[in-house]
Design a binder for this molecule. Structure first.
Ligand SMILES: Cc1cc2nc3c(=O)[nH]c(=O)nc-3n(C[C@H](O)[C@H](O)[C@H](O)COP(=O)(O)OP(=O)(O)OC[C@H]3O[C@@H](n4cnc5c(N)ncnc54)[C@H](O)[C@@H]3O)c2cc1C
Length: 352
């Protein structure tokens, strides 16, 4: 196996944005499809489990990882006009290791629109489908045509259409029945060559009302970046994984009960197409007075209650245990006060 370097006992401290001190029993970074296959053969020959890793911005590495951690570093991007499709659409295929935000900017530059609202989301293209990334009123699922995947067990390479991914809010088949079954090596998105502005999301519409200008796609991207920088900590400066909890979805009667207790109109919510409502987890956590709270070396960000942060970034830290303990404290307090269960968004590796 001459071109694939397999390392033993590799520190992942610099490879996860929560800066947790975890070690991979075996580690390699694949930059071609051939290397992905070589890595899977190595794992099979040595009877090792395989954990794919992108930029580590949605994982809590709460223990050392046994088996092979396979970093996806494949780079490349191709575009193709959509034959027989709607006018002005283009299919763009990205390799898994490309950085998400770099690709958003590249697409804007080339006049391929649709990704503006998803600007500045950390992480790589390959992981975007795992939790159906979304922000400012747009989800990946609305743009995804297909994925190229490799079966971890058999090494078979094939394509999965959008339907097969069973996307929903921060969820997909890859977090459910196909969890840990496939490596995503490419994803193809259908973008538009005509601007299609979507500023319905309240924070965005407020931004443009204030600006008093008709937005271009570039302006939407810039606005999203501005808003995000204002309220989310930069993981390069303060370790975090973005939203730690999903926004809970509850039914109308549960909402009515909450409004009774909190006062009518007090509880913010977003109506969902099926009649249910999404309540901002940040509001629930804020109401329980966790914003800015600190426990040991970790805490809740002071501008966004949904973001747990790790103030340390050194080796041998105890932050993973503290983060999980703080998360449990928040979940128990929110449950006791509102009767609502908060679900953790990032994937936790290790004891829960
Ligand atoms: C500051 C901040 C803000 C964020 N904002 C948002 C937001 O607005 N919206 C949103 O949806 N998310 C957000 N996130 C979460 C995160 O950016 C996304 O989930 C992103 O897609 C994770 O990409 P990654 O490459 O870092 O994945 P990783 O953290 O490396 O991996 C996440 C999971 O996917 C698996 N995986 C990774 N790559 C592959 C692959 N190629 N094939 C198969 N499995 C794979 C891993 O095994 C792991 O289970 C934010 C995170 C941060 C730190």
């Amino acid at each position: 196996m001459p071109d694939l370097q397999i390392e033993r006992n590799k520190s992942l401290l610099a490879m996860n944005t929560m800066a947790l001190d975890s070690t991979a029993e075996y580690f390699c970074s694949a930059s071609t499809l051939k290397e992905v296959h070589q890595a899977l053969s190595f794992a099979k020959d040595h009877n090792l489990s395989v954990t794919p890793l992108g930029a580590g911005s949605n994982v809590i590495l709460a223990s050392n990882l046994s088996g092979l951690v396979l970093h996806l570093g494949l780079k490349g991007c191709e575009s193709a006009e959509v034959i027989g499709g709607a006018d002005g659409s283009i299919d763009v295929t990205f390799d898994a290791g490309e950085n998400w935000h770099d690709m958003v900017l590249m697409c804007l530059d080339r006049g391929w629109f649709g990704l503006e609202n998803l600007s500045l989301i950390p992480g790589n293209m390959g992981a975007a489908a795992i939790q159906n990334i979304g922000a400012y009123g747009v989800e990946l699922s609305s743009l995804l045509v297909s994925l190229q995947v490799v079966d971890i067990q058999s090494g078979a390479l094939f394509e999965l259409g959008s339907e097969a991914c069973q996307f929903s809010y921060r969820d997909s088949v890859f977090k459910q029945s196909l969890k840990d079954k496939y490596i995503i090596t490419q994803l193809t998105l259908r973008l538009s060559t005509e601007p299609n502005i979507n500023i319905d999301y309240p924070a965005l519409s407020a931004y443009f009302i204030e600006l008093n200008k008709d937005p271009t796609p570039q302006m939407v991207s810039d606005a999203v970046c501005d808003i995000r920088r204002e309220k989310l900590p930069d993981p390069n400066k303060l370790a975090n994984v973005g939203s730690f909890f999903k926004n809970p979805v509850i039914n109308q009667s549960a909402l009515a009960e909450l409004q009774c207790v909190e006062g009518k109109g007090e509880v913010p919510f977003y109506s969902q197409p099926d009649g249910s409502v999404k309540v901002p987890a940040a509001w629930l956590i804020d109401k329980c007075k966790f914003r800015g709270a600190q426990r040991g070396g970790v805490g809740v960000h002071d501008k966004q209650a949904l973001v747990l942060v790790n103030y340390r970034n050194d080796a041998n830290n105890d932050s993973a245990r503290e983060i999980l303990s703080l998360a449990k404290e928040i979940q128990a307090t929110v449950k006791a006060r509102f009767g609502i269960d908060l679900e953790v968004e990032p994937r936790i590796y290790g004891p829960v």
